[in-house]
Design a protein around this ligand. Sequence first.
Ligand code: SF4
Length: 188
Amino acid sequence: MQEQANEPTRTSNMLSKMMEIGSKVQPFSKESRDKAPRIRDAKVVHSVCPYCAVGCSLNVYVKDGKVIDIEGNPDSFINHGTLCPKGSATFQYTINPSRLTKVLYRAPYSDHWEVKSQEWAMEQIAQRVKKARDESFVERLEDGREVNHTLAMASLGGATLDVEENYVIKKLFNAGLGILSIENQARI
Ligand code: SF4
């Protein structure tokens, strides 16, 4: 992320000038005079939309150590300040009281979720992947051809995966575990 100083009160100054246009001060209410943009005094941190490979540039507004707004970066030659619906929702994605921050597990036939540690979840995933692979791995077909694959497992990636993650997925799942069905919803 690259940080730059925000232009603190540009909108406010414009408002003041508009009030003084002509020979008379315009009849703005006190509320209008006191209005300020929500990003006043915030710092702008440039970032990149996490959703897809278009790579639209974001202005992340930070105040008192907290992200208070995220908008498209008008100086970007990629998106010129625009964002698609997914990119426009980046703030809600980042700052959201409903966002899960703990591992939740619902056991088979259970009617409730249990909070688990991340270590427990990783161990469960590793054990289940190994079990499924052991039970379904095929070294040779009936005609003797060597295939070394499993058709019981698959991987579906998303647009937020970066190049390095996709490389590891392909290496581990395909070359390492013998999974054939590896897909990604991104179509750029
Ligand atoms: S998801 Fe939308 S806003 Fe984000 S990079 Fe892709 S096109 Fe741009």
